[in-house]
Ligand binder design. Structure first.
Ligand code: ADP
Ligand code: MG
Length: 670
């Protein structure tokens, strides 16, 4: 029985139920006299039945009288005959429910009840209410959890000296499941106070320990030392039509230092949309190629891989370095040739999608793996590419992400991950004027596009018209884009309107993108396929439909497609009515800020604690209790404790991880 319960709640081991903590509590430790009840008060009370009558549909109505002689009417819906028999005149009944005004004074409708005697004892602690699913009633959960509290070894894994300010694990857990009647339930429900702090600390500690263990394992792995003695990276960056920003140069230096070590790099390069991560990736690739290694650069979509490949080919071909492209679009003979070039080592860099880690792809000497938009890949996919290294060496790994988290947090949170941040944008970026408008203005905006686009690519503007995923269905998404394309083409016959979406053949899509880049297309209607990485500097206007339904990070990424050229740029966020207060606030955040870090912060604040910072980026399991931002003090403490425990208490480390990580350490080992 117990065994089923945890599975129904999505937990893999019964003991995990111990960490299934209450959402709130009910006070069944005392009885409220009828005279003290008032409308809206949820309370427990007790009395004797002085009147009972069965009504139509099996409802039962009865009156209770308490010690003081006051009465309270109770209505139970859909009672069974045996219930009605038990609830007869003179029976003593304890009820828990909300008092409401009725026709003849206060009443309770369908309260929880039990028949009792004057001697039936009251619980001495508050009653926990657990998060649950319909099939699992609270009483079963309480029974199962109480049994575990009695059976399971709850002895402490963290020595007292290392947590002077926090209570014991067992005491904290018992307190949270069964707080005393005088406990501050508002505080507990907000997940605050010493007992909660202890649980959060333990959770963060488990994460720190497992990440550090995997980092230690990596330190034992051998990786090639990549030095770039002939300065290929310098030659490459000299060819860029701009000089690197100080932030880019610093990141390249940090990575260069890692590549010169004999164990594999494990580094995250984060930078806001448009901060210039691709150039850094190219420079870093040059360091590896200059050291005789091969490099694989992986992007999450065909379109992005395509664009990345174009840039790499553009940069590396003049230096005499062949770049292979591997996407689903590369087929037949071309594919065979690319595969041979990688196997024989004539191609030094491979750019592609997840096609890169298929079995048929064999590298001659892969020693650096770069993953763009890393949060879009699963842990397994990143690891699979790593397996492609030479048999005695693990390739260095660089992950890139435009979904930023504050650097200091990232450093302590990803205990096993080095982080480089490109924290400034290249100079000369034009601010994007962002406007929030009702979709009632849609037709008007389409007509205004005519004036905006008139002229050739050098004098006329180019625009994106984005139709995001509005239903959980690719088909509808597609339909919105196809409809908008037809509509805009019809309204503006003299303007070239193109269409790009995820269902198009990669070659078609690439052709449309190329035409847009060349200025042959004025308006590109697209789904969110253009979300990341697409780079057309002359495009300076973006209209986004249904902006209210999109995530802020995604809006920010989309908007980052404009504001890349000399022209003043505008982004119009269209929303459909009615717009709720939070939705409006979210759109205003995008309107008022162009700083990805700041936007991410606000986004979290508005989304509340449900989605935790960092979970997506890390590929690690979600933190259930702690919030690395709000609990940064505990995070620091967990990090310090981890250092000491790993040094001096290997057994406690084992026990701690066994308690907290159901899938074992491997789960975080990426
Ligand atoms: P990200 O991948 O970080 O979003 P990209 O690498 O695509 O950004 O760069 C965005 C744009 O900025 C590109 O057009 C690129 O050529 C340009 N860029 C990158 N670095 C610089 C720099 N140091 N100075 C000027 N422009 C730059
Ligand atoms: Mg990019």
């Amino acid at each position: 029985m117990k065994d089923d319960l945890h599975r129904q709640l999505g937990l893999s081991r019964a003991e995990e139920l111990l960490l299934h903590l209450p959402l709130r509590y009910e006070d069944e430790t005392r009885l409220t006299p009828f005279a003290r009840l008032h409308s809206g008060l949820t309370a427990q009370t007790e009395g004797r039945i002085t009147h009972a009558e069965t009504q139509r549909g099996g409802s039962l109505l009865f009156d209770l009288e308490d010690e003081a002689g006051n009465s309270l009417r109770i209505r139970l819906l859909h009672t069974r005959p045996n219930q009605r028999n038990a609830l007869s005149l003179g029976a003593r009944v304890r009820v828990f429910g909300e008092a409401r005004p009725g026709l003849y004074g206060l009443e309770m409708v369908h309260p929880r009840y039990r028949i009792c005697t004057a001697a039936t004892r009251l619980p001495t602690t508050l009653t926990p209410v657990y998060p649950s699913v319909a099939a699992v009633p609270q009483y079963k959960l309480r029974l199962a959890i109480d049994a575990l509290l009695a059976e399971v070894d709850l002895s402490d894994t963290v020595p007292e000296a290392l947590r002077p300010n926090l209570p014991e694990f067992a005491a904290s857990l018992r307190f949270l499941h069964h707080p005393p009647p005088n406990a501050d339930t508002a505080l507990l429900e907000a997940r605050l106070g010493p007992a909660w702090a202890r649980l959060k600390l333990d959770e963060l500690l488990a994460q720190q320990l497992s990440l550090r263990l995997s980092a230690q394992q990596r330190d034992h792995l051998q990786a090639p030392i990549l030095i770039d003695a002939d300065g290929l990276a310098e030659r490459l960056t000299r060819e860029f039509p701009f000089s690197l920003t100080a932030a880019q140069a610093r990141c390249i230096d940090e990575i260069r230092h890692d590549l010169a070590q004999d164990h594999p790099m494990h580094r995250l390069l984060q930078g806001d949309v448009g901060s210039g991560k691709t150039c850094v990736a190219a420079a870093v690739s040059a360091i590896a190629v200059g050291s005789g290694a091969q490099v694989a650069v992986m992007a999450p979509t065909e379109l992005l891989a395509e664009q990345l490949a174009q840039k790499f080919i553009h940069w590396f071909t003049p230096l005499g370095i062949p770049v292979a492209t591997l996407t689903a679009a590369v087929k037949g003979r071309a594919r065979t040739a690319q595969l041979a070039a990688l196997r024989e080592g004539t191609a030094r860099i491979a750019v592609g999608t997840h096609a890169l880690f298929q079995d048929e792809v064999i590298f001659q000497n892969l020693q650096l793996v770069i993953v763009d938009e890393q949060h879009r890949f699963g842990v397994e996919q990143r690891l699979a590419l790593r397996q492609k290294g030479a048999f005695d060496h693990t390739p260095h790994l660089l992950m890139m992400s435009a979904t930023p988290i504050p650097r200091s947090l990232a450093m302590s949170y990803f205990a096993d991950l080095a982080v480089s941040s490109i924290d400034t944008l290249p100079p000369g970026r034009t601010a994007i004027d962002t406007r929030v408008m009702s979709s009632a203005k849609r037709d008007e905006i389409i007509l205004r596009l005519r004036a905006f686009c008139r002229g050739d690519a050098h004098t006329g503007g180019q625009a994106y018209w984005v139709c995001p995923l509005i239903e959980e269905s690719e088909k509808l998404d597609l339909k919105a884009a196809i409809d908008a394309h037809a509509e805009i083409s019809a309204a503006l016959p003299e303007i070239e309107v193109g269409l790009a979406h995820g269902r198009m053949k990669a070659t078609e899509k690439a052709a449309v993108m190329a035409a847009f880049k060349a200025g042959e297309i004025d308006i590109l209607v697209a789904t969110t396929v253009i979300e990341v990485g697409v780079d057309v500097p002359n495009a300076s206007l973006m209209v986004i439909e249904h902006a209210e339904r999109m995530g802020l990070a995604q809006l920010h990424q989309l908007r980052g497609r404009v504001g890349r050229g000399a022209r003043a740029s505008t982004c119009v966020l269209l929303y459909s009515q009615p717009l709720g207060a939070i939705a409006r606030e979210r759109l205003n955040i995008i309107k008022n800020s162009q700083d990805g870090f700041e936007i991410a912060r606000h986004d979290l604040r508005l989304r509340g604690p449900g989605e935790r910072l960092g979970a997506k980026q890390s590929g690690a399991h979600l933190l259930r209790f702690a919030d690395i931002e709000a609990d940064s003090g505990l995070l620091q403490q967990a990090s310090d404790i981890a250092t000491v425990m790993l040094d001096t208490q290997p057994d406690a480390v084992e026990r701690h991880l066994a308690r907290w990580l159901s899938g074992g350490v491997e789960r975080l080992n990426a």
